[in-house]
Design a protein around this ligand. Sequence first.
Ligand code: CP3
Length: 345
Amino acid sequence: MRLSKDPPKRALHETLSGRRQPVPPIWLMRQAGRYLPEYRKLREKFPSFVEFCLHPEAACEATLQPIARFDFDAAIIFSDILTVPLALGCAVGFGKDSGPAVTLPEGTPLSYAQDILSPVYEGIRLARAGLAPEKSLLGFCGLPWTLLLYMYNLPGEKDFASARRRIAMNRAEAERHIDLLTDACIAHAKAQAAAGADVIQLFESWGGHAPLYLRRRFCVEPAMRVVAALRESAPDVRTVWFAKGFGEAVGEYASQILPHGLSVDAATPLDAVVRRTDGMALQGNLDPYLLFAPEERLQEEARACLRATQGIPYVFNLGHGVLPQTETGKVQKLIETVREGACPG
Ligand code: CP3
């Protein structure tokens, strides 16, 4: 019998502590989002996406929706990585089909005002209170490189071309901003941990846009600083580094950054990473488009992820976020496949 004072065992937290679970925990990036009818209904109440993100009760509701429907092993706080640029004084807008638009403040230097993000922390407290004790609650943060691309990009530019030109033209400015973003990311991640997030996922969604000569200074070192700061200030919290676009080199970077878990994108073979990460927990990397494939194909590929990670601590997830057109029935099938088809040991 568990004494009431014992902390609850959480499958995600246990896995990220290096203890492989007989059935791997499962959650999905963007599990709270437009593929859910109940999300779309809630979304209608807010003309602006930023207002929605900064409304604690609504954010809590969106966070818990996928847990109520699918019983995932973990919830991720409903928010966005662009809340950090917002707190740095940028204007952040989300057009209907044009994606996010971030504008740097004119004439004033960036300065981080975390107060603006208090509703996120309140949302975390509410979500934690509404979540069963054995479920983890993830907080998250975009990493500096990915955020800088959004902050420097001009409206309508594809592949962040204007942002990448600006970095090349003024490298000193970009380094200053990367350092500022790193500090902001640390502060935001710590505040989420203090509010009750037991896992923090760090998103480097556009790592693949970082050329080799910038990767160490713009991606690896900032991530190292964030992970080290969290390990020191919140030793019970586990970190996951999601890096997209680094290919097989991701294992080498992860062994320098030392997150508790590495979330692998769909383009990188899991078994290649397994060989390079020496016991680190892995997460991922099912292609989100497989949720549009016939069921047998989806199941086959999900089982391939389980096989590739046999014997190591593993968290089932996609290689990127759930797409808005995904059918909820397919998500249900995926969860059943993972829970039934787990390879013990
Ligand atoms: O994962 C979750 O369920 C939690 C919520 C979450 C959102 N964004 C909600 C959201 C998380 C973890 C994010 C992270 C995020 N935001 C990333 C990193 C993850 C990734 O996908 O690579 C990035 C790059 C962003 C930036 C962002 N926010 C984009 C590019 C867009 C527009 C494109 C899109 O997917 O709609 C957003 C808006 C956004 N963030 C939506 C949601 C549910 C859709 C907005 C809406 O409902 O109107």
